[in-house]
Ligand binder design. Structure first.
Ligand SMILES: [Zn+2]
Length: 286
């Protein structure tokens, strides 16, 4: 058993603090992999000493900046068996009413379900929800929802339910625009049409919260061609992943992601085959 990790991890980025909040780890299996043969995926995962079936970690991030608390994504809420973002926030002494902004990477179940309470109301009563305009344009389009294949209808229903109580306080942004002061949207399409990272810049320090560029770190750094069956556009997600890996390596940019192994902070470097993720070294103070 490894149960000593609190699922809460702080990191200083310039004058701000970014806190990783682990929501859950779930069993996904190699059936979620698209774009490469599942045998290749399993060989790479086993070579990286990953447990099988493959597991996916889910986290959300809290940015504390200028006395404000900004949440980036909200976890699974009551879906997928229930997540831990809410108890972890309360353990930090942060009331839902204190969250004034939630930056959303994309409107999938494990990112937006935590926005609503068990009655479908706003869990964050004072929050403005910020996302890329193409993400809202996709999931909130009734015609697209009606025309979606049966298997995709559930995803539309989940996204619409999560955003419903916030319809009059949705802020939509384009690539490069600020969600809040000091945090800019980076449009990384493919996983979903408006999938976006959030780039936090603090003086000389920066952190790219890259959303779902990677779901299986034990596979996709070594083999970036591997996508996910739930990518809206596997090919576009693949070219975006290549672009973001190049950006992170060229700029030596510190990154974190919702599905990187907790606490999910680190750097990407080129390897002889594919890329390699170097986790941030733990320090007793953030
Ligand atoms: Zn996800």
């Amino acid at each position: 058993m490894q149960n000593t990790n609190s699922g809460i991890h702080h990191l200083s980025v310039g004058g701000s603090t970014v806190t990783a909040l682990n929501d859950l780890v779930f069993e996904a299996g190699t059936g979620v992999v698209a774009g490469i043969p599942s045998e290749e995926a399993e060989t790479i995962l086993r070579g990286n000493f990953r447990r099988m079936p493959a597991r996916i970690s889910v986290s959300a991030f809290l940015v504390t900046l200028g006395g404000q608390h900004i949440l980036v994504d909200s976890g699974v809420g009551a879906n997928m068996g229930g997540g831990q973002v809410r108890p972890r926030l309360s353990r930090l002494g942060i009331d839902p009413s204190a969250i004034r902004t939630v930056l959303i990477t994309h409107a999938h179940v494990d990112h937006v379900s935590g926005l609503i309470d068990e009655h479908g109301g706003a869990y964050f009563p004072n929050a403005e929800i910020v996302m890329h305009e193409a993400e809202a344009g996709h999931w909130l389009d009734e015609q697209k929802a009606a025309a979606a294949p049966e298997a995709a209808k559930g995803a539309f229903a989940i996204a619409q339910a999560a955003l419903a109580p916030y319809r009059n306080r949705l802020k939509l942004v384009k690539d490069g625009q600020e969600g809040v002061s000091g945090i800019r949207a980076q449009h990384f399409p493919g996983h979903t049409p408006g999938h976006s990272g959030w780039l936090l810049e603090q003086g000389n320090d920066a952190l790219l919260i890259w959303g779902d560029i990677v779901h299986l770190p034990g596979l996709q750094f070594r083999q970036p061609k591997a996508g996910m069956v739930f990518d809206t556009d596997v090919e576009l997600a693949r070219s975006t992943r290549a672009r973001v890996f190049d950006m992170a390596t060229a700029d030596k940019l510190r990154v974190c992601g919702m599905h990187l192994d907790f606490p999910a902070f680190g750097h990407v470097v080129k390897a002889s085959e594919g890329y390699h993720f170097i986790p941030e070294v733990w320090m007793p103070t953030a």
